[in-house]
Design a protein around this ligand. Structure first.
Ligand SMILES: [Zn+2]
Ligand SMILES: [Zn+2]
Length: 223
């Protein structure tokens, strides 16, 4: 758990292992698809100035960096749903990851979730910038989403991030897992946690008894 003692993987190992996660392969294809569409897009589709293009891509990235915290805090850590089906879904989406943080099958956003999020980003791009806004927004969103998945993967494998930002974020994510799951929801940045008051000094936060297991027992067939 200590970041200082977790430094046996190189960047190459990290990237090679991450690229073997099935969802990451599909997202790489999505990203390649977006880039190919951008290259092949006619002027009538992409009639943005470089500045507008970058602004739309930035808006897409900002959308993901916001959703990363909002979804984690309010959807994935919502009170355990009452219905059996919803509870099973809730368990599969996130609690299974808290119970077994290093199990690679639970580590990434499921593919259907990633596709739905990309659709949302495309709709946001169209709403802000019209048809020309879709691809640049998707590009920024997809890159930010990939950065999140890589940072999350790096938090759970024996890799020591190169930058102090990376090491600090890894430490915070491990506090979220092993100290108290009601704090430190950001994985790539601490900014929203600071705004929301969920990034206090760890010494001020009590250890939670539910950080590594569901508050109510999970359905047997989901374990
Ligand atoms: Zn995690
Ligand atoms: Zn969590």
């Amino acid at each position: 758990m200590s970041v200082q003692h977790a430094g046996s993987w190189t960047v190459a190992t990290l990237l090679a292992r991450a690229s073997r996660l099935p969802e990451v392969r599909v997202w790489a294809l999505i990203l390649i698809g977006i880039v190919a569409s951008l290259v092949g897009a006619s002027d009538s589709v992409i009639d943005l100035s470089p500045w507008d293009f970058l602004s739309m891509a930035g808006a897409g990235a900002l959308l993901w960096f916001t959703l990363e915290v909002v979804l984690h805090r309010w959807l994935l850590h919502m009170p355990v749903p009452k219905g059996a089906r919803l509870r099973a879904l809730h368990y599969r989406l996130h609690w299974r990851h808290h119970e077994a943080p290093t199990d690679f099958t639970n580590l990434t956003v499921p593919l259907w979730g990633a596709l739905a999020l990309h659709l949302l980003a495309a709709a946001a791009g169209a709403a802000i910038g019209g048809p020309s806004g879709v691809l640049p927004t998707l590009l920024g969103f997809s890159l930010a989403f990939g950065a999140y998945e890589l940072a999350h993967f790096a938090a759970h494998v024996p890799y020591r991030p190169r930058t102090s930002w990376g090491r600090s974020m890894k430490r915070q994510h491990l506090w979220h897992h092993f100290k108290n799951e009601r704090y430190w929801f950001g994985v790539t940045h601490p900014l929203l946690d600071r705004l929301l008051g969920t990034a206090p000094p760890p010494s001020d936060v009590p250890r939670s008894s539910t950080a590594t297991e569901l508050e109510a027992p999970a359905p047997k067939d989901q374990r």
